[in-house]
Design a protein around this ligand. Structure first.
Ligand SMILES: Nc1ncnc2c1ncn2[C@@H]1O[C@H](COP(=O)(O)OP(=O)(O)OP(=O)(O)O)[C@@H](O)[C@H]1O
Ligand SMILES: [Mg+2]
Length: 393
């Protein structure tokens, strides 16, 4: 097959040719937007999942859908490493209001919301936000200096502005697990405030699996504030579609055995499917693609994953942290009891290795499903490590 026609899209946040297995998510999201549009209430949505399951591209899709129904959206905003969430929300609020000002019936209404935003932003350290806002701050709203209260007032202002313009506002936040405790608390409180007033403001957020725990730890009512959805490997049908449909558009088919093998090797994980698809397309000579093609591609698939996915993540860890990861992998598949990991590591006790565990959690390579246990955030990482970096001695 010609390389330049390759229809597969391995890569972070790369929109796939077909968004397989997400019909229900899209339905749920559209229902939420409709409910809020009609003056009703619905929960914001939080997506969690391991690396490469398709969180970012799903957020991108929601952003487009909301735009299509006339909402203002922030685009997908990724939380950085050392975020002050107020800077993030300033940027997002500005995008929303700018977008509203293009279609709003009342320019004066949007302008006054921009002045509230200005007041919100001037309470922040100057090096945090450099937004260009040529309006006078409006004193008295969202400028108390208390982050929770100010964010709530800002969200209400945005919601009222949206409502009066007959539209809604969607915050789209990626890598949300990186927000700190106080940011999560403020976000919960802000969303609760707008939802109490039935204002058309919603958030869709995505992050690693510990995001849900973190929100709950920030505010106990976070459980009732959001709908939580977990993404994993695609089911058999959806995974087969992710491989078949892009190729079918160029009249290229796969036989049943080859599809089955690809699903086995990738466990249905979207990123792995895209890598497999890409490699096999480049290698195969003719349609239908069969088991012999799969066998030729297998080593290439592994190499590409090692180079593009596992390797760079492993390299994020220091030598001692790498040893900790290898100790986890030596125990088979997760989750792992930290006690057992410490033993496999060769540590005298827990305390000797807890710093490595904490650093690895901080780097987003592992997470803690519950107290005293850890697991990888990268799917099939244990398999990769035990094949390529076995723990010796
Ligand atoms: N529903 C889907 N069907 C087919 N391919 C998909 C689907 N979702 C995502 N992909 C593909 O999977 C890969 C990973 O997607 P994405 O970057 O959205 O994952 P992620 O969960 O955000 O990963 P990370 O946690 O590393 O940011 C991309 O190559 C994308 O094209
Ligand atoms: Mg992502």
């Amino acid at each position: 097959m010609r390389r330049r026609d390759n229809p597969y899209t391995p890569g972070a946040g790369r929109k796939p040719a077909v968004l397989a297995g997400r019909d229900r998510d899209i339905d749920n999201f559209s229902t939420m937007v409709e409910k809020l549009n009609a003056g009703g209430n619905d929960r914001s949505i939080i997506y969690t999942g391991l690396r490469g399951v398709g969180k970012t591209v799903l957020l991108m899709e929601f952003d487009v859908l909301a735009n299509d129904s006339g909402w203002a959206t922030t685009d997908v905003q990724e939380v950085g490493n050392a975020p002050d969430f107020r800077a993030l929300f300033t940027t997002m609020a500005l995008r929303l209001l700018r977008s509203m000002s293009r279609r709003h019936r009342s320019a004066a209404r949007v302008e006054s919301a921009l002045r509230v935003l200005k007041a919100f932003s001037v309470t922040l350290p100057a090096n945090l936000v450099q937004i260009k806002l040529d309006v006078e701050p409006l004193a008295g709203k969202a400028d108390s200096g208390d982050p929770e209260q100010d964010l709530a007032e800002l969200l209400i202002e945005i919601g009222e502005t949206a409502q009066s313009g007959g539209t809604g506002a969607l915050f789209v936040i990626d890598e949300m697990q990186q927000l700190d405790h106080s940011a999560m608390a403020a976000i919960c409180m802000g969303l609760q405030a707008v939802s109490r007033k039935n204002l058309p403001v919603a958030l869709v957020g995505a992050g690693l699996p510990d995001l849900r725990h973190k929100l709950l730890a920030a505010k106990p009512y976070a459980d009732r504030l959001f709908t939580y959805e977990e993404l994993g490997g695609l089911d058999t049908n959806a995974a087969a579609q992710a491989i078949r449909v892009p190729a079918a558009r160029s009249a290229v088919d796969f036989d049943r055995a080859s599809i089955q093998r690809i699903l086995e090797r990738t466990a249905g994980y979207p990123y792995f499917l895209q890598v497999y698809g890409q490699e096999i397309w480049n290698m195969a000579d003719e349609s239908p693609i069969g088991l012999d093609d799969v066998e030729v591609v297998e080593p290439l698939f592994r190499e590409t994953l090692a180079r593009s996915f596992f390797g760079p993540r492993f390299e994020l860890a220091t030598d001692a942290e790498q040893r900790y990861l290898m100790a986890m992998a030596s125990l088979g598949s997760g989750p792992y009891r930290t006690q057992e990991v410490a033993t496999a590591y060769g540590a005298e006790n827990q305390r000797g290795v807890s710093v490595h565990r904490d650093n690895l959690i901080g780097k987003g390579l592992i997470w803690s499903p519950r107290r005293g246990s850890v697991d990888f955030t990268v799917p099939l990482f244990a398999d990769y490590l035990s094949e390529t970096h076995p723990l010796i001695g």
